[in-house]
Design a protein around this ligand. Structure first.
Ligand code: DSN
Length: 407
């Protein structure tokens, strides 16, 4: 690369990724093939519109590409072409969610979504997001005792508020979601049922998490978390909603699709359809559960008592440590996490009571239960801030050397 300044930053970031343990639940490491597709000549092409209905010439291969990626997504998630339509053009998860609301809801109508501080996402109607300004959020949370979804409470809110659309699928909820129950609740109040499976899409693809497709009307997903693709998103919708959603993406919200990203999504979908990916998805859950259990043994409180997925929350405030302090202490020894609110958090969003831990990225590095035990020990010791932090740093570094990235 001729640009030395950018090259230097890429090299330094490569080294940082190689030499740290990444436990950020929404991140992963893509394959060389995914990166090759991202850096391909498809980045040069404008293709506003949809296959065989574009506003520019020269789209013969772009059309073939978009058709292929759509077909791969249908196959991977085992959904029927006769029932579902797909849009692979969203730039990422937030625009995908906004497009769905823009297509299906009039301004001011109600979106029923989980509160951000209970594990939901900004685009599920939070007031600081455009989704909470153009539409009205009716929120639900988790049960005060179990820290799990309480379907009786949810049905009560739905009946009282009568939302136009109900969203399930969260950013910081570690338990199985009962999509059947959600659909029954949606039907009771005549609402559209949308699932945002961004976090667990790779687990659904690997057949280790229940599929939302039998129950949802619309499913959105980013492609870069457990699915291990580039930063992009897909919207799946039942046929009756598809035309409106396509129009909402283009020309409603976006311009030309990023065809290089769509090509990379295609590569990731192909990789996710392999038997190896299914083994990977199962290992993510084993790793996440081992990490949570080991941390419990070290005396840490895990929100809801454990995890069924790739992620979980640790209540660090229970041991008088704030989320920011915890995240900084871990980063000092080479372990990267994010601070995160826990349900019924008494602290503010900039320095909440918890940290979120995810196992997708370390599993991509081929780490297994044995390594999770070492990581849990390092996390615990570093959080407590006792002496010997340089020893922990050495152990983390040794682990990273033993499981190299980009080799
Ligand atoms: N920011 C992502 C996450 O970390 O969960 C969701 O958009």
């Amino acid at each position: 690369m001729k640009d030395k300044a950018i090259k230097k930053l890429i090299d330094r970031e490569t080294k940082r990724q190689n030499e740290t343990i990444n436990l950020i639940a929404s991140e992963n490491y893509v394959s060389r093939d995914v990166r090759e597709a991202l850096g391909s000549v498809f980045t040069n092409k404008y293709a506003e519109g949809y296959p065989r209905a574009r506003y520019y010439g020269g789209n013969v291969f772009v059309d073939e590409l978009e058709d292929l990626v759509r077909a791969r997504a249908l196959k991977l998630f085992d959904v029927k072409d006769s029932v579902w339509s797909l849009n692979v053009q969203p730039y990422s998860g937030s625009p995908a969610n906004v497009a769905v609301y823009h297509a299906l809801l009039a301004p001011g109508e109600k979106i029923m979504g989980m509160r951000l501080d209970m594990g939901g996402h900004l685009t599920h109607g939070h007031k600081v997001s455009v989704t909470g300004k153009l539409w009205q959020q009716v929120s639900y949370g988790v049960d005060g005792k179990t820290e799990r979804l309480n379907y009786d409470e949810i049905v009560g809110i739905a009946k009282k508020e009568r939302p136009k659309l109900i969203v399930a699928g969260y950013s910081a909820y570690s338990r199985i979601i009962d999509f059947k129950k959600f659909r029954e609740i949606a039907d009771t109040v005549n609402a559209i049922f949308m699932v945002d499976m961004s976090h667990f899409a790779g687990l659904v693809a690997g057949r280790t998490y229940n599929s939302p497709f039998p129950y949802a009307h619309v499913v959105t997903t980013t492609t870069h978390k457990t699915l291990r693709g580039p930063r992009a998103a897909i919207i799946f919708s039942r046929k009756e909603f598809a035309q409106k959603i396509d129009k909402a993406i283009f020309p409603g919200l976006q311009g030309g699709p990023h065809m290089n990203a769509i090509a990379a999504v295609g590569v990731a979908l192909h990789e996710a359809s392999s038997a190896a990916f299914s083994i990977y998805a199962k290992q993510i859950i084993k790793n996440s559960q081992t990490l949570a259990r080991e941390l419990q043994k070290h005396g840490w409180r895990i929100v809801s008592g454990g995890t069924d997925t790739h992620l979980f929350l640790v209540d660090v405030q229970a041991r008088d440590i704030s989320g920011s302090v915890a995240s900084d202490r871990l980063e000092n020894v080479g372990i990267v996490v994010n601070k995160n609110a826990i349900p019924f958090d008494v602290r503010g969003p900039m320095d909440p009571s918890g940290i979120r831990i995810g196992a997708a990225a370390v599993t991509t590095r081929s780490m297994k239960e044995k390594e999770m035990k070492i990581i849990a020990d390092c996390i615990s010791k570093s959080l407590l801030g006792k002496s010997g932090q340089s020893d922990i740093k050495q152990r983390v570094r040794k682990l990273c050397v033993a499981f190299p990235l980009f080799s």
